[in-house]
Design a protein around this ligand. Sequence first.
Ligand code: FAD
Length: 268
Amino acid sequence: MIPAAFEYERAGSVDEAVALLGRDEDAKLLAGGHSLIPTMRLRFSRPSLLVDIGRLDDLRYVRENRDRIAIGALTRHAELIRDPMLREHCALIGEAAALIGDPQVRHRGTIGGSVAHGDPASDLGTILLTLDAELVARGPRGERTIPAAAFFSGPFENALEHQEVLTEIRVPKAAGTYLKYVRRAHDWATVGVAAARVDGRVQVGLTSMGPTPLRARSVEDALADGASPADAAAHAADDTMPPTDATASSEYRAHLAQVLVRRALERL
Ligand SMILES: Cc1cc2nc3c(=O)[nH]c(=O)nc-3n(C[C@H](O)[C@H](O)[C@H](O)COP(=O)(O)OP(=O)(O)OC[C@H]3O[C@@H](n4cnc5c(N)ncnc54)[C@H](O)[C@@H]3O)c2cc1C
């Protein structure tokens, strides 16, 4: 389908994007366009104004920031995959990015767009939640930092205010892994599982097990109490709300989560 009519402006800076968003309450940012344009074509989304930030190359970077790694919000999935610093210090980000969609999606889609879109089946949100990442947003009142645990507020909803632009994502250096079960090549996760060692504690996150990315807190607590990976993984579906849809039943997802969590923990 063809999207509803909209105006288009290309922002030359983050501050200009913030100002342009202020022009209209139905304005929306456009980054890689790989989530927004499909939803506009289906008319699920009808922004009156698109503020294109896709060419703000100063938001495309991966750099060391003391004990953390800072990732610009416009860094594309393909760049996350080949970045040497991420490979060395936080390999699960590139591992998860490599499992996103197909090469076209990975070369246009951005980490900021992915987490701002907030699809519960998306992979990078789970990684950021598992790592206790921080998300930096700039708006008319300046900059603020949002912990990942407070960012994802519902399906396709997040803590950003209308005029705020996500500019940077900060993650700790951490060993970890991401496993994703798909029915077909290039598919979205039927279930995805992230496991990482953060500050000496094993943290576990789940994709497609509820309305937002989720932490498997019961698994984490069991591990902290000395449970084996297999025993801890039995708690993978505790406090989750896995959906039933055309891909899988809720029960099947709960079972998959247990299997994948065990495998992920054994890999750590
Ligand atoms: C065929 C296909 C398969 C896919 N498969 C997967 C998959 O397996 N796993 C997966 O995780 N994803 C998948 N995706 C989604 C893909 O990763 C998208 O590119 C990504 O979710 C959105 O990034 P984007 O840069 O394209 O954002 P856009 O589509 O440009 O924007 C998405 C939303 O985020 C907002 N936004 C964008 N940037 C910012 C910012 N800096 N600050 C604030 N708000 C912002 C926009 O206003 C919009 O609401 C797939 C997409 C397609 C088309």
